[in-house]
Design a protein around this ligand. Sequence first.
Ligand code: ATP
Length: 247
Amino acid sequence: ERSDLLVVNNLAAVYNHAVSALHGVSLRVSRGEVRAILGANGAGKSTTLKAISNVLSAVRGQITAGSIAFDGLDVAKTKPSDLIRAGLVPVLEGRHVFKSLTVEENLNTGGLGRGSSRAEIASDLERVYTLFPSLTRKRKIAAGLTSGGEQQMVAVGRALMARPRLLVLDEPSMGLAPIVVQSIFDTLRKLNREEGLTILLAEQNAAIALRYASSATVLENGATVLEGPADELRNRADVREFYLGSS
Ligand code: ATP
């Protein structure tokens, strides 16, 4: 369908040629939506996002079946750097902030490789500081000396410097205080609503994800078991019981 920016079809993946991690993950992300991937620890969320970013081989994993298309591009045949240039920009687990570089140097690395002018990079940088005002005061500080929440903002800001068309986030809430999580999700919502940025995020925290996402895909044991609009899933008894901690 024309409105689908990302189509994952019946994906299977293994680690170390043996451990089966995914066997039947299907999901679609349409233009302009915020889609959440939900699931318990080990359900396959991170593996799915690594496959979508084509970085599975870096952790001794590989796709064994299925397909991933980003705007018609065959993801498995496209280098991660080329995916970023095409607009598929991931913020993966652990954030991978360069701790000894300053906040601003970290942000600037996100603008490399796009062939932007200095003026464009400067204006993108100002935009990131507008979105994450608390980074402004820390621009000259080593990223490793900032808080976990600020490091997550640096990771997201650096991704924004690459001008994504699809921003992919693995557990943006991980290890952060609720108020920080909310502020980051508010910023993501703003990017989606005001700039039409399409977002795909994996979350173990289903409550917050379903509050901010427009739709969700639920994984269990490496396969898609449910998908639908966020408000529909939020009202399902099974989702409430297993993922929202209420019945
Ligand atoms: P989490 O929230 O813990 O990251 P997840 O839903 O993201 O969970 P994955 O990390 O994708 O789940 O894990 C899916 C399966 O693959 C699990 O059985 C896990 O043990 C296995 N797995 C994940 N990473 C590796 C790896 N680097 N090597 C071997 N097995 C792995």
